[in-house]
Design a protein. Sequence first.
Length: 221
Amino acid sequence: MKFVKTTSSEVVVGYLSGVLRRKLAAGDSVLWLVPGGSAIAVAAQVAKELQGLNLQKLTVTLTDERYGELGHHDSNWQQLHAADFHLPGATMVPVLHGHDPQDTTKEFANHLQEYCQAADYCLGFLGMGADGHTAGILPHSPAVTEQSWAASYEGPDFLRVTATPVALSALDEAVVYAMGESKLDALTKLQQTIPLEEEPAQILKKVPTVTVFNDQIGDPA
């Protein structure tokens, strides 16, 4: 796990677009998981960097979603589209399909497993909260111990549908975007051995290649 200290989102954009360009140029099929929140602007910029490429071997879905009606304002997928996240030619896989939470979660789990196992390379772009959560896996939530590839549960703000530690541990590479002084404690704990229930981001230590871009600790970009 490599910690890179930077205040520039362009460094993250350059890294992600570089990985995707290299893999696609090599003819690899790629599954790219993208988050919501503050990372949306970065993902949208990466998408612009990929314009003009052959994206037929790229599949994109979310790390997690906020359950609700299709297109609802708080949906991560909807907010990505609002930020001009467009990848012509790629296979785009939203989480919400107008089904109930149970069926939505089952479909998401099936999609994650199917697309990740079929891909040559699974790349996760993830945020990390001040509480150490990543994707929609909050500390001490049911998602921490779920043995399927996806879980849903009522969080303090939304009914969350999220990839689980099972899914994240199947990634070939994870890129973490964690900016702000509030993340320092969680970043420090990520360098230690903390129970998964207390800091779900610890699961990323099972991923072969992990780069944590942040503005608090690590080697300068």
